[in-house]
Design a binder for this molecule. Structure first.
Ligand code: FAD
Length: 504
């Protein structure tokens, strides 16, 4: 199916102002499309994507990993490297702006992309197959010199000339394993780091607005309740909670974890799941200067402790400028199955939907005990200073997993009025500056799919493992089968004096 009627003046509606919606809007506007309206149920102009102020999208966050390492998925590696150019330009753009010209939530000293490096530590004494595939991919692309295999004599030698004095020791062994006589196996990726997620979204929205993109935001005006169809079933617009109707020649559905909720027919391809996140708020700087220094991006890398999905499934970040250390658990991604009525057909489906701190009703968020225990185990072993502080906050971060971890950017079969743009599968953020470039190609030339068009096509896989989607509600990841952690579980009880010692 091709969107044959689309011209530069055609009305385009995008549902969702997260990474997938913003990047699509930005690139469409850069490609001359003049009538683009983005709807979001969140009042982002007021809350500036702040998670403490009601924002609950996957894209609203302190930080996300900027990794280049993609095993043998070379297309993603290439896209990540291409995106870096724009991330650098965005840093420059913010730095050279006057405070009064920046949108709410951004200041000229903000560095939305921080190249602090990414340490991927192995916990079973050997490099995983995926690490080896990444090294091979980097070698093929002429980038092997940017990767440092710990303990490899040649790489260690190169590291000493590449990094500032003392930096390599801190970044390659942030948990002091060598001193403790412990094994240290892994790879340090010097091209990687983190992006400041909410701030990056604010900047992308600002760039979209500068290009003439309109934003309709907020619970009533911005929240899409259903899609409008013509007599042949083609999508021709949206209706919002306020009752207003808007016409589109093309509708892009980029509603993240809410995509299957709004469009249940996509649920064989996409499933909404939750990753778990905990926070440690450092004591005020004047009381804990040593910790603020130790965990600063200058001295501490983004880390994966044994890989994201294997072992503990734990990864973390340097502290934020407010002294918050975020650690994520992805060993298990949880599902939340509910009855959902298709807004068009009225048919009931049983599918996984988000359950955030604010949606569908505000509630006190709890993450699973499994996630808290996994984080505590790593903290006890690797960062005992944080045990003295204890966990100070948590969040379930809801996103869409696809059946093979690749994104979904394609027209709905038999409806060239609607394109689904979702399936971030836990790794979409880093592509904010570049994803939309491929979205535009898919829209303009749907018949000639390039590498990304093929990867991100509408696809159904019958039988066999499908990235956990095959488990459905009966599977072990179902939210309702989990034990949730209480605030008491957040504490590290045993021998706190030990931790106080190392913290002081
Ligand atoms: C715990 C966690 C860790 C992650 N870590 C990384 C990482 O380290 N690196 C990385 O690159 N990526 C990471 N990701 C993935 C990345 O965050 C996502 O791929 C990306 O943010 C998804 O963007 P999105 O636009 O699809 O969805 P979202 O950001 O969820 O945006 C969807 C938007 O749609 C809006 N919406 C929903 N329903 C409606 C409606 N009815 N009407 C109007 N608007 C609506 C929502 O309010 C929201 O703003 C992580 C994700 C999670 C959850």
């Amino acid at each position: 199916m091709t969107s044959t009627k689309l011209v530069k003046d055609s009305p385009i509606i995008i549902v969702g102002a997260g990474v997938f919606g913003l990047s699509s809007a930005l690139h469409l506007s850069q490609n001359g499309y003049k009538d683009i309206t983005v709807f979001d149920k969140q009042p982002y102009a007021d809350n500036a994507y702040s998670t403490t102020d009601g924002a609950d999208a996957a894209s609203a966050d302190f930080n996300k990993v900027m990794r280049m390492s993609y095993g043998d998925e070379i297309e993603y590696q290439r896209l990540a490297f291409e995106g870096i150019k724009t991330w650098n330009a965005w840093n420059d753009g913010i730095r050279s702006s006057k405070t009064e010209d920046l949108p709410r939530g951004l200041k000229p000293t903000d560095l939305i992309w921080n190249n602090c490096g990414f340490l991927r530590m192995s916990i079973d004494g050997k490099l995983s197959d995926i690490e080896r595939a990444t090294l091979a991919g980097m070698t093929r692309e002429g980038l092997r010199q940017t990767q440092f295999v710990l303990g490899d004599a040649e790489d260690e030698k190169r590291a000493r000339s590449h990094f500032r004095r003392g930096e390599w020791e801190k970044k390659s062994d942030p948990f002091g394993r060598k001193k403790q006589g412990k094994e240290l196996v892994g790879v340090f990726d010097s091209t990687a780091g983190f992006v400041e997620a909410s701030k990056a979204c604010i900047w992308a929205m600002h760039l979209c607005r500068r290009n003439g993109v309109r934003f309709v935001l907020g619970e009533k005006e911005g929240q899409v309740s259903t899609f409008v169809k013509n007599g042949t079933g083609r999508t021709i617009g949206v209706r919002t909670i306020s009752g207003a109707e808007y016409h589109s020649e093309l509708l892009i559905l980029a509603a993240g974890g809410w995509t299957p909720y709004l469009f249940p027919s996509v649920s064989p391809l996409l499933e909404t799941t939750a990753g778990s996140v905990v926070y440690f708020q450092l004591p005020p700087k004047d009381q804990a200067q040593d910790l603020w220094d130790k965990f600063s991006p200058e001295n501490f890398p983004v880390f994966a402790y044994g890989g994201w999905s294997k072992g503990h499934g734990i990864g973390g970040f340097p502290r934020t400028e407010d002294g918050i250390i975020k650690i994520g658990y992805r060993g298990t991604k949880y599902t939340n199955y509910e009855d959902v009525q298709d807004p068009i057909t009225g048919v009931k489906h049983r599918i996984s939907v988000p359950k955030t701190k604010y949606w569908p009703q505000p509630h006190d968020p709890a993450i699973t005990k499994q996630a808290v225990d996994a984080v505590k185990e790593v903290v006890r072993e690797a960062m005992p200073e944080l045990a003295a502080i204890g966990i100070t906050g948590c969040r379930n971060c809801w996103y869409t997993d696809s059946l093979d971890n690749s994104f979904l950017v394609d027209f709905v079969p038999n409806d060239d009025g609607m394109l689904i743009c979702s399936g971030g599968s836990g790794h979409g953020f880093k592509f904010l500056p570049i994803l939309g470039r491929e979205v535009v190609k898919i829209i303009e030339r749907p018949g000639e799919k390039n590498a990304y068009g093929k990867l991100w096509r509408w696809r159904i896989k019958e039988g066999g493992p499908r990235n956990g989607l095959e488990q459905g509600e009966a599977g072990p990841r179902n939210w309702k089968k989990q034990v949730m952690a209480t605030k008491d579980d957040w504490k590290f009880r045993e021998n706190p004096s030990l931790y106080m010692e190392s913290y002081g």
